[in-house]
Design a protein around this ligand. Sequence first.
Ligand code: ADP
Length: 454
Amino acid sequence: MPVRAILLPLLLPALVVAVLVAVLDTPGGALAAALVTLAGSLMALGVSRGNLQRQLDTLALHTRGRAEGALAPTAPDPDQLEEVANLEGAIDTLHARLSAQNTQLTQEARTLTAVLDGMAEGVWVTDAEGTVVRHNDALRDILQPTVSGGLIGQRPLALLRNDELHDAVMRACGEGASTRLELALEGLFPRTLSVRVTPLGRDLPGSAAVFHDITELRHLENVRKDFVANVSHELRTPITAIRGYAETLQGGALNDPVMAPKMVEIIHRQSERLSELVEDLLELSRLESREVRLTLTEVTLAEAAARAADTVRPKAEGKSQRVSLHVPAELRALGDPRAVEQVLLNLLDNAVKYTPAGGRVDVYGACEEDRCVVRVKDTGLGIEPRHLSRIFERFYRVDKGRSRDMGGTGLGLSIVKHLLQAMEGEVKVESQPNEGSTFTIFLPRAAPPKAATG
Ligand code: ADP
């Protein structure tokens, strides 16, 4: 309460009393006047305090209203004391500044949430004790189904039962140390995660961890390693044979009229195998790197099947097999003619290869909805169910020895799959051991020719 506001009502009546005493010069009158004045002063003080109290109450009400989000009253109070007005002004300024900071903080929090939820990597934040206090959507997806319940309020050890991760989080929280580790999640869908755990910062207790799903990456690395090992092995077999026979010939067998022609024949066969392997590898590599540009046009499937059958017929006849075509002449697919023929050739070649002497190979063509379907059916060895999902992988063979003996490279079906994918088609297989196999290819149907106008 300002001093001026208290003294003024007291001093003014006292001044009046002093004047009255001087004028009247009567002690009794002066006393009465002084008492009246004192009473007046006390009343004035009471009124003034009441006024101040009312204004402070109003100010408190407004301040509370603003804190709760209500707007400040616009009409100024004409009786408001200057000090109260100043106080209200200061509160207004403070309120405006806090509101601006609040808006900025809300925006920053929303941006952060949007960034976290937009990330492909999973992120969690823990408090100083290592308990998860926040995470993004991606983390829930990455950890499912290993972690089925909620993550908030949980400790890493309880969530993922991994000591290494637990230690890393505790080190980040306690010593402020960062750790990178790899986490293997077991279960129905095993996953490999790369995790980086870091402290939040000097002023912020707790840690953050970023989870990156590297399952696919590791899988590709293994595929690449297997591929290199397979290629080396496949190349080494014919090369070893060629070198061995060449050395034997050099060592004197060249002059042996019986052995020399046989050895030269083996060298020739192995060099052909080598060249087939290199051709298949190059074809596959071109397909995988999308270097091959297929020209999609109308393909008459009966013609493509006939050309492929003509190529394998000598081999089939050598095994007394019958190759029959049942492909309607009007069946037209949208594809690359050379690629479609290659697909059918690989399937027919396998059918002849894996069907014992005297067996049958039939090719059926049909139209199903907007797709053309060709089935290559044989009465051969068949494939056990456990191999079916893998035979389209590079170098995968049900029986390695038999495939090699029959001149297979282990790449034929992989090429089939890639060629069909490039033409927006697909391949499926059904097979029963000792009963035979049916490979079915699907290709988009070519648009029917437009009716002639005019
Ligand atoms: P390969 O050169 O060994 O024939 P493919 O990629 O063409 O390689 O085929 C992969 C494997 O699938 C073969 O090794 C064989 O075990 C199996 N396979 C393919 N076609 C048939 C078939 N018609 N009948 C039985 N097994 C087959």
